[in-house]
Design a protein around this ligand. Structure first.
Ligand SMILES: *Cc1c(COP(=O)(O)O)cnc(C)c1O
Length: 390
């Protein structure tokens, strides 16, 4: 029946259309989308300004090639530089590709310094993608198993543990970079402390290492800053973005600043589709709407309110061990595996996700409103209570 490779455990549901934070299945049932295609649909579904911008651009020009100048790409690079303080952008089509670019850049940076076997410090429970290099950087055996030999040149340390990185700095002369998600997404919505990120910045400065932040999931205004590391007041040397940047149109980017600029020379890297006019217009429009509609401050305040209301609604349930997050990146950790909550919520008209076995993950679109937040809290807390028999 199916000619699709069997790599996904798909839920028995298909959607036909959406509007804002609502999405409709083939039976015409309506669901509240508190997942946004895993932090992708930043502006929700069928946002009128995005629809118009994409229709106009599709009618004009979808793709040329990086053999030519692309004005939309130049404009997006300028815009990202202005928002982030980074200086240069390389465009691709996904998170793993953005991270591949970052890993290649770090290795080349090392070779340029005479380090022939460059190593990158990576974190336990990290997720950086499914290509060979990025799955090797990922801190999850399930992602790696069966694909050995892994790409070498990664040194793994516990997340949010500065002493562990200091120990590596003392003993490993091959290190050229540290790569970290400021908030681990797949790993269970785990937040790095600001002091830790500042400490990493200090170590990287002292050792001449690149600080690479993977903001593929936590970036693009989701936490109430344009980029999550900005809460710590630091500037990385390299930052990767993807998921929410194009509101559903595939686009990824690897940004560089300071010593990481100018490392790639002509011929060192490339992408056929990367940064084509259509994808760049999707990203430019996403950034414009976020700014003009104040969605960053909105995400910050609404996320805080949702966590507060969830704490009240789930108060006194011992099985709920922690409710955490930043902005509209929310994790509810239980003391047990809870994957079946996804289908229970779906039956109640709500789309959520469970990651790291025990963490309910909420990544609503940034256009989520207060009524939808209320419905999310009411429905989800009821579903959790039923599941736990609490
Ligand atoms: C999803 C994700 C990736 C991989 O992105 P793809 O677009 O699926 O390749 C990388 N890093 C982080 C932090 C992610 O959440």
């Amino acid at each position: 029946m199916t000619h699709q490779m069997n790599v996904y455990a798909r839920l028995p549901i298909a959607f036909t259309h959406g509007q804002g934070a609502w999405i409709y299945d083939e039976q015409g049932r309506r669901y509240l989308d508190a997942l946004a295609g895993i932090a992708v649909n930043t502006l929700g579904h069928a946002h009128p300004r995005l629809v118009k911008a994409l229709a106009d651009q599709a009618a004009r020009l979808i793709h040329t090639s990086n053999l030519y100048q692309i004005r939309e790409q130049e404009k997006l690079a300028d815009r990202l530089a202005e928002l982030s303080g980074m200086q240069e952008a390389f465009f691709c089509n996904s998170g793993c590709e953005a991270n591949e670019a970052a890993i290649k850049l770090a290795r080349l940076y090392g070779h340029n310094k005479g380090i022939e076997q460059p190593a990158i410090v990576v974190m336990e429970k990290a997720f950086h993608g499914r290509t060979l290099a990025t799955l090797s950087a990922t801190g999850n055996r399930k992602v790696q198993a069966g694909f050995e030999p892994l790409v070498t040149g990664f040194v793994r340390v516990p997340f949010d543990d500065l002493a562990a990185v200091e120990a590596v700095a003392l003993h490993n002369a091959n290190v050229v970079a540290v790569m970290i998600e400021p908030i681990q997404g797949e790993g269970g919505i785990r937040l790095a402390h600001s002091e830790y990120l500042q400490g990493l910045r200090r170590i990287c400065d002292a050792k001449g290492w690149l600080l690479i932040v993977d903001e593929v999931q936590c970036g693009t205004a989701r936490t109430g800053r344009w980029f999550a590391h900005q809460h710590a007041g630091i500037l990385p040397d390299v930052m990767t973005l993807a998921k929410g940047l194009g509101s559903g149109v595939p686009i990824g980017v690897c940004l560089a600043a300071g010593v990481a600029t100018g490392v790639f020379k002509q011929g060192n890297h490339g992408s056929t589709f990367g940064g084509n006019p259509f994808a760049c217009v999707a990203a430019l429009t996403t950034l414009d709407v976020i700014e003009q509609d104040g969605l960053m401050a909105h995400a910050h305040a609404l996320g805080e309110a949702i966590r507060e209301d969830l704490r009240k609604a789930l108060d006194g349930i011992a099985a709920v061990t922690e409710i955490r997050g930043d902005g509209l990146m929310i994790g509810i950790e239980l003391d047990r595996n809870c994957g079946e909550l996804v289908e229970r919520a779906m039956a109640a008209g709500l789309l959520i996700n469970v990651t790291a076995d025990k963490v309910i993950r909420l990544l609503p679109p940034l256009i989520f409103d207060a009524n939808q937040a209320q419905e999310l809290v009411t429905t989800l807390s009821r579903v959790i209570r039923e599941f736990l028999g609490a």
